[in-house]
Design a protein around this ligand. Structure first.
Ligand code: UT7
Length: 322
């Protein structure tokens, strides 16, 4: 049987650093409040004239992932692009990456599942490779959250950053046993009843781009509960226990959500990868960015058992054991 494993990781964040003090000059907030309530110290925002966009950042991350996977870009069989902030309504970001990287004809598509988009994209990639769509899949998570922020709303404007992460997923034949490497299990969930607590209030219907709107306290409550539960379900599917886990790579939205979820899962804080302090919430880019940072820092190494989880607008949430 075939399974998929990650053979290359890449990341990109814009050079423009926006600190909490920078934000406190343009809105009624403070470094102390932001750090205490979110753990965020700074984030990166695309700057006018720097040439970046969701797709451009995605391409920069993808090039690194392809190089680190030691593959030829011509061998990519499938492109999946997770984003909530595509450059255009259409064409999708996936085909724009295909054009910019000059990847020959192959399926390319966007996954529109907000902060959990990367988890969804990986699971789509694993399923498609298993179904015979090819051997190599490029999965990108990228978002330009700064373009959707309402600078009059301090409860959301301080939380988000821009960036991109990418992985190369490769199919390999395995025995189907617990000892297999790669993606071991996936758990996905969504519930449209909560569509209003986190959304962008624009779109084709209103002919506006809109702004991100969030009932922060409500989302917070759902996040800890649902992230712990989906992680436990993914661990049960993979047949592993909390003690077996080397690292949790959580969606980087808020340090209190990250730590509350890990506590519920019975995972000690020192096994939790944290990048929220440097990037803020980068939505679909959050997990591949955190994986890249942790891998580059030598924290995550080959054969580590990792649980990664995310929740976002929809609500949509899920977890992967790899
Ligand atoms: O990817 C998933 C999406 N997002 C999330 O996971 C975020 C989930 N939610 C959160 O992270 C938190 O709810 C927030 C960080 C958004 C807010 O933290 P909180 O502890 O839930 O604060 P709160 O909304 O209960 O607000 C407390 C106070 C309020 O003042 P009053 O009404 O008590 O006087 C807010 O107006 O903090 C005020 N406040 C701020 N003060 C300074 C809200 N935003 C700010 C701010 N600076 N930026």
């Amino acid at each position: 049987m075939y399974n998929s494993r990650i053979s290359g990781l890449g990341m990109y964040v814009p050079e423009n650093i926006v600190t909490n003090d920078d934000l406190s000059k343009i809105m009624d907030t403070s470094n102390e409040w932001i750090i205490e309530r979110t753990g965020i110290k700074e984030r990166r925002h695309i700057k006018k004239g720097d040439g970046n966009s969701t797709v451009v950042m995605g391409v920069k991350a993808a090039k690194i992932a392809i190089e680190r996977a030691s593959i030829d870009k011509d061998d990519i069989d499938l492109i999946l692009f997770a984003t909530l902030s595509p450059d255009y309504y259409f064409p999708g970001s996936g085909v724009l990456v295909q054009e910019l990287l000059e990847i020959p004809t192959c399926p390319a598509m966007d996954i529109r599942n907000q902060c959990s988009g990367f988890i969804y994209a990986i699971s789509v990639g694993v399923a498609m490779l298993r179904d015979g769509y090819g051997k190599k899949c490029l999965v990108i998570g990228a978002d330009s959250m700064s373009k959707l922020l309402d600078w009059e709303d301090r409860s959301t404007a301080v939380l988000f950053g821009d960036g991109a992460g990418a992985v190369v997923l490769e199919a390999y034949s395995c025995s189907g046993e617990k000892e297999d490497r790669g993606i071991l299990s996936v758990d996905l969930n969504s519930d449209g009843n909560y569509k209003d607590i986190l959304h962008v209030d624009g779109g084709v219907a209103s002919k506006t781009t809109g702004y991100l709107r969030m009932e922060g306290r409500e989302v917070f409550k759902h996040a800890v509960e649902k992230l712990a539960r989906t992680s436990e379900k993914a661990m049960a599917k993979a047949g592993v226990k909390s003690d077996d886990v080397d690292w949790v790579v959580p969606h980087q939205a808020n340090i209190r959500i990250i730590q509350g979820t890990a506590r519920k899962m019975g995972i000690p804080d020192e096994k939790v990868i944290k990048t929220v302090q440097d990037h803020g919430n980068t939505s679909a880019a959050s997990i591949p960015l955190a994986l890249s940072v942790a891998s580059e820092a030598g924290q995550i190494v080959k054969n580590d058992l990792i649980v990664t989880e995310a929740i976002g607008g929809g609500l949509a949430w899920g977890a992967i054991v790899l």
